[in-house]
Design a protein around this ligand. Structure first.
Ligand code: NAD
Ligand code: UDP
Length: 311
């Protein structure tokens, strides 16, 4: 089969491209390298089944030869990156998703839309099931991302109701692992790079806020299972690992693994930083041949080994 992966040079996208190639498929990766890196995918060209196209998904595009599915992952995902150009982030979410939906519609193929736990905002309930509508500030530093992604979900829903497009929405929860950009500012990459560099680990706020971290191999298996579901299954569906941990305990875990002289240092908590986050994955477990399998302990070992090589 032949899949389009927008954002395929990024962290999740490059891992997804690898999985699709391992499964014997062809992949067309579309990326403008805003946050992704050529080196994430360069070696994949050698397979002879991987095509890299430099394009900004905010601009319409067409695909001449037949395709079997499209994954829309193009969007900066780390808070410092998506906040650097907030209008651009909104347009990538909205226009990028519309341009992908037009391809899915015209080729009559399935599409998976990478949405996010951020659409729940600072949740008032925990864990968060898909039926929860969220608690989102529409006018704040995170709103370019979470409201952009919410509008993208509304577009997907509207293409489904208007054109019967087979679009499936995946809400991803804090993914980590190899091919993360060591300097993208997210907590797992920051803590590992800081510990390896023997500088203090930066805890924003008290460190009592929680996240639930999903190892990349588990996540891309979930995305692959999702695109194979029947058209009747549209989600939105949470994909993540429900094991919840405080940011402070994550810092302790990283320090315990890497050792060295690093300690923690507190910095101000960013505005609208969610206090807790934990997916309810019942819907995914009931509808996909999938469950998260890699513990945080094992996933951190793989991620630390990767950062030791590339940092
Ligand atoms: P990333 O920044 O590593 O990858 C995003 C990719 O999209 C990059 O290669 C970037 O260059 C590309 N891109 C951005 N804007 C583009 C544009 N206008 N046109 C073409 N390409 C563009 O981020 P990631 O962590 O791999 O996230 C991938 C997707 O998953 C995003 O849509 C993100 O919102 C979603 N997501 C990620 C997480 C996570 O924890 N990593 C959590 C929830 C949702
Ligand atoms: N965080 C932190 N130190 C860092 C980077 C992030 O304490 O160096 C915190 C951040 O404030 C948030 C959590 O870790 O509470 C997860 O942040 P990340 O940017 O990885 O993801 P998101 O906020 O999008 O879940």
């Amino acid at each position: 089969m032949r899949f389009i992966v927008t954002g395929g040079a990024g962290f999740i996208g490059s891992n997804l491209c690898r999985l699709l190639l391992r499964e014997g498929h062809r992949v067309v990766c579309i990326d403008n390298f805003q946050t992704g890196r050529r080196e994430n995918v360069e070696e994949l060209v050698n397979t002879g089944r991987f095509t890299l196209v430099e394009h900004d998904v905010r601009e319409p595009f067409s695909i001449d030869s037949p395709i079997d599915g499209i994954y829309n992952l193009a969007c900066p995902a780390s808070p410092p990156h998506y906040q650097a150009d907030p209008i651009g982030t909104i347009m990538t979410s909205v226009m990028g998703t519309k341009n992908c939906l037009d391809i899915a519609h015209s080729h009559n193929v399935s599409m998976v839309q990478a949405s996010t736990s951020e659409i729940y905002g600072d949740p008032a309930i925990s864990p968060q099931p898909e039926g929860y509508w969220g608690n989102v500030n529409p006018c704040g530093p995170r709103s370019c991302y979470n409201e952009g992604k919410r509008c993208a979900e509304a577009l997907c829903y509207s293409y489904r109701t208007t054109y019967d497009t087979d679009v499936k929405i995946a809400r991803l929860f804090n993914v980590y692992g190899p091919y993360m950009d060591p300097h993208d500012g997210r907590v797992v990459s920051n803590f590992i790079v800081q510990a390896l560099s023997e500088v203090p680990l930066t805890i924003y706020g008290s460190g009592e806020q929680t996240r639930s971290f999903c190892y990349i191999d588990d996540l891309v298996r979930g995305l692959y299972a999702l695109i194979q579901t029947p058209s009747s299954f549209q989600g939105p569906v949470n994909l993540g690992n429900p094991t919840e941990i405080t940011v402070m305990d994550l810092a302790r875990a990283v320090l315990a693994k890497i050792g060295g002289p690093s300690r923690v240092e507190h910095r101000p908590l960013p505005t609208d930083d969610p206090h807790r986050r934990k997916p309810d994955i019942t819907l995914a477990l009931d509808n996909l041949p999938w469950r998260p399998e890699v513990s945080l302990d094992e996933g951190l070992d793989h991620t630390i080994a990767y950062f030791r090589r590339v940092r």
